[in-house]
Design a protein around this ligand. Structure first.
Ligand code: VGL
Ligand code: ZN
Length: 217
């Protein structure tokens, strides 16, 4: 793939849920999830602007399997806004594992957007909650600041990163996912495939560029 030149004032690096709760030892550990931290720090040195998101759930959140008697983590259940995967309790507001990872250099992070705090709606995307209508406010911030292209990195590739990329495309941004700075969960789905298979297909269909750090100059 050709090198991508960073446009200093209109490109921004988006750090999705870089929280210990999604890393080995955390409540919803993504395999090798902590490997994104050094990759992200190298990227941060090259961009002038960055934002970060933080999954931020109240106790008893509707996305927790523990809130659905008889259900187990990774079961899929219908919610008023569509099918929802149930998770172990994670990203609990105020807990140490819900903080942004302490080794991420936050110097260039200009805004931190929290999501998933409405008790009855889960939130994967950095732009909308899972009803796909309740906004996080990030679109307004990015637009007012004049950003047009978003490079996404973080956790998890097949949930928060992919849903963010899809919404960003719908909102009119150019989007690239930096694959080596992301890690995925890979939930087995009722149709025999995994959430990683489906995420890759959805991104390809939308024309989201899958790039590696080395492509970005
Ligand atoms: C995430 C599942 C539940 C993510 C957040 O950050 O991808 N996944 N909450
Ligand atoms: Zn969550």
């Amino acid at each position: 793939m050709d090198a991508i030149a960073i446009e200093r004032e209109t490109d921004i690096l988006g750090l999705v849920d870089v929280q210990p709760t999604f890393m080995p030892g955390g409540e919803l550990a993504v395999a090798d999830g902590d490997a994104v931290v050094p990759a992200i720090n190298r990227l941060l040195a090259r961009f002038d602007h960055a934002f970060a998101t933080q999954d931020w759930h109240p106790a008893g959140h509707t996305s927790f399997a523990s809130a659905h008697p008889g259900r187990l983590p990774y079961d899929t259940v219908p919610m008023p806004y569509g099918e929802q995967v149930l998770w172990p309790d994670h990203a609990l507001q105020g807990s140490a594992n819900a903080a942004l990872h302490r080794d991420v250099d936050l110097t260039k992070v200009e805004v931190i957007v929290r999501k998933g705090f409405h008790p009855a709606i889960d939130s994967y995307s950095t732009f909308f909650e899972n009803d796909r209508r309740t906004p996080t406010g990030l679109d307004g911030w990015l637009r007012q600041r004049g950003f047009r292209r978003i490079f996404l990195a973080g956790l998890a590739t097949d949930f928060c990163v992919t849903w963010s990329a899809e919404d960003a495309v719908r909102l009119g941004y150019d989007v690239a996912v930096i694959e080596d700075a992301c890690r995925g969960i890979g939930v087995p789905l009722p149709n025999g495939r995994t959430s990683m298979d489906e995420a890759r297909e959805r991104l390809a269909r939308l024309g989201v560029a899958l790039v590696t750090s080395a492509d970005i100059r």
